[in-house]
Design a protein around this ligand. Structure first.
Ligand code: FES
Length: 271
């Protein structure tokens, strides 16, 4: 086959890939967008349902446990069930307490650089994959409202650290078994793994790496920031893995607490 026969016309200023050719790729490039749409849609549906439930988010002293769902922590409403309430709370909040906090973890995920790439591809087909043409005839990137708001990500990162602190505290509290003393249950392990994955997701964030090593002209003059940057950089390379693992596990943690709280599952004591 000659070079001329393999050539694809390129229209400058037109749809990427040309008006008549969606893609020359022969592999299953569509698989990744399909998986992304499936997992993100399932997560949004489940988390919305869980936030509206306003029950079964805490396993308390009546069964010698202290387990709270990450979707409800910190529990900031005076209506939070006995034992789950944070040290400070709002009086008179009649909706689910999940709505007081979900904006922060949700905003952190939605504005994440990795998720942005994924859902722009999967939901908006802009473009759906490398070397596949856009579903749109023009591209303005994130230069206009509302996408320009994605720049707020670094502030959600700071809020995410605060939430990680709360969830770490919850994981430590899960060692406490009221009426029995201290020990480890399956629920303790679930909350610990959840907090660990969320820390890995946050610490591998691009904004975190920039915070540690950005705006430095010479690492020689900033040895501490150089050390931090060297720790964060390998984590950053795995950000995609931590993004998916933490997303799936945070939903599983809510499922676990919910099923134990409703009596469907038993939270077995290991020691
Ligand atoms: S880039 Fe993904 S959390 Fe910051």
């Amino acid at each position: 086959m000659s070079v001329t026969e393999r050539a694809t016309n390129v229209v400058l200023g037109g749809t990427r890939g040309g008006p008549d050719v969606a893609t020359l790729r022969k592999d299953r490039w569509w698989l990744q967008p399909v998986v992304t749409v499936s997992i993100l849609t399932a997560f949004v549906i489940y988390s919305t349902w869980a936030a509206f439930q306003n029950k079964n988010y805490y396993v308390g002293a009546n069964v010698h446990r202290d387990l709270i769902s990450p979707f409800y922590s910190p529990c900031l409403a005076s209506s939070c069930v006995e034992g789950s309430r944070a040290g400070f709370f709002f009086n008179g909040w009649s909706l689910s307490p999940a709505f007081l906090i979900l904006l922060f973890p949700l905003g952190f995920r939605l504005s994440c650089y990795y998720y942005r790439r994924s859902y722009y591809r999967a939901f908006w087909w802009s473009p759906p994959a490398c070397a596949v043409s856009d579903a749109h005839s023009s591209y303005s990137g994130e230069t206009r409202f509302p996408l320009v708001m994605q720049n707020i990500h670094r502030y959600f990162f700071y809020a995410g650290l605060v939430f990680n602190g709360f969830l770490t505290y919850d994981a430590i509290r899960a060692f406490h078994q009221p009426g029995l003393g201290w020990g480890v249950t399956v629920g303790t392990l679930v909350l610990i793994i959840n907090a660990t994955l969320l820390w890995l997701y946050s610490l591998s964030c691009h904004a975190c790496r920039h915070l540690c090593g950005g705006h430095v002209k010479s690492f020689r003059a900033a040895p501490v920031r150089h050390k931090l940057w060297k720790i964060i950089t390998p984590l950053n390379a795995k950000h995609m893995n931590f993004a998916w693992a933490s997303l799936i596990f945070v939903a599983f943690t809510d499922v676990y607490v919910r099923l134990v709280a409703s009596g469907v599952w038993t939270d077995y004591r290991l020691f």
